[in-house]
Ligand binder design. Structure first.
Ligand code: TXA
Ligand code: MG
Length: 323
């Protein structure tokens, strides 16, 4: 049985107690819903991998209520401190060296000498993390390889019966996962574009190199599985026309001739588009399959701001998948 908990004091207390006891609790963040477990417990973390059917070589992000608790586990340099100051709480994950005595389980870090830490934004999320009082490991709360959940209903569709509870704090305002920045080398490396834009990072870091999106030349970082966020229908990128057997994922004025359509943002706002992306992929996928359509045609998305994260998720959705 999976409990649905209200985002009030009692619900937060119940969620925290389940997590402290080694349970699995999905919770909302500003980006997507995370599937949480006590990051200091190998047993609890192992349950995340089992519930998601996630490959164990893919490390997890640990979540904290504030920078101080994050930096008790991970060693920040000067740049990490400035980034935390500017963007936390918010959708930025920093990959940093472990501190001696770091309590994050080796399983959560997939045996790497680094850890990924993040301080999410949102009063309910922060209250939950504070009540747990330990790092909380949380990948997106979906079956591995499926579309990430941006509301509690999506979580239950995929994981009901596999997890102890979901703390329902409503839809996630940002809608795409956090930006992952690796600070363990000589210069910062963007491992995943996300809710903090590269333009915003550049104000603190200077220009950040990032993968040439859609070109499939991403660095071999953990988690870079070829197929990810995969809906059942195939996805065709940068569509400039739409075929009769295609559903349309529109951005701005929709292409003519489209039947089944989800418009990410009729007026072309990238923040609105990001917040509607995963719900749109789910909708077109299920309704498109019901109508016997073959593909989702995705209109071009600009390479600026949150467009980079949207393009990254679409590229993954479009990449060939096993079986
Ligand atoms: O917005 C988010 O980040 C969401 C919410 C729930 O917080 N979480 C999330 O987690 O997207 P997940 O597990 O789906 O993505 C974690 C990413 C993966 O690409 C993983 O490879 C990378 O972070 N990562 C984690 N630890 C790492 C490490 N030590 N070195 C390099 N990459 C790491
Ligand atoms: Mg994920």
């Amino acid at each position: 049985m999976t409990e649905r908990l209200e985002a009030n004091d009692a619900g937060i207390a119940r969620a925290a107690a389940l997590l402290r006891a080694g349970g699995l609790v999905a919770f909302g963040t500003e980006t997507v819903y995370g599937l949480g477990a006590d990051a200091t417990s190998d047993v609890a973390v192992a349950r995340i991998f089992a519930a998601k059917e996630r490959p164990r070589f893919n490390p997890l992000i640990s979540h904290f209520p504030d920078a101080e608790s994050a930096f008790a586990e991970a060693a920040p340099d000067e740049l990490a401190r400035r980034l935390a100051e500017r963007f936390w709480p918010g959708p930025l994950t920093l990959v940093l060296p472990r501190r001696p005595g770091c309590t994050i389980s080796d399983l959560a870090a997939a045996g790497l000498p680094s850890v990924a830490v993040r301080v999410p934004r949102g009063a309910v999320t922060t209250a939950l993390l504070r009540a747990v009082g330990r790092p909380v490991a949380a990948p997106s709360a979906n079956l591995s390889g499926k579309v990430s959940p941006s509301d509690a209903y999506h979580v239950l569709r995929g994981l009901s019966g596999r997890i102890d509870a979901v703390l329902d704090s409503g839809p996630c305002p940002v809608g795409v996962e956090s930006t992952v920045l690796d600070l363990t080398g000589d210069s910062p490396v963007l491992l995943r574009p996300g809710g903090v834009t590269v333009e915003a990072l550049a104000e603190i870091c200077g220009p950040v190199s990032h993968p040439d999106d859609y070109a499939d030349t991403l660095p071999a970082a953990p988690g870079r599985l070829a197929s990810h966020y995969a809906p059942g229908l195939t996805v065709r990128l940068d569509a400039t026309e739409v075929a009769p057997d295609e559903a349309l994922l529109a951005f701005g004025p929709a292409l003519p001739g489209g039947g089944l359509t989800w418009n990410l943002s009729p007026e072309g706002h990238l923040d609105e588009a990001a917040s509607r992306l995963f719900a749109g992929l789910r909708f077109l996928d299920s309704e498109g399959a019901r109508r016997g359509l073959a593909r989702i045609a995705a209109m071009p998305i600009p390479r600026t701001g949150l467009g980079l994260a949207i393009r990254d998720r679409l590229r993954r959705a479009a990449s060939p998948r096993p079986g």
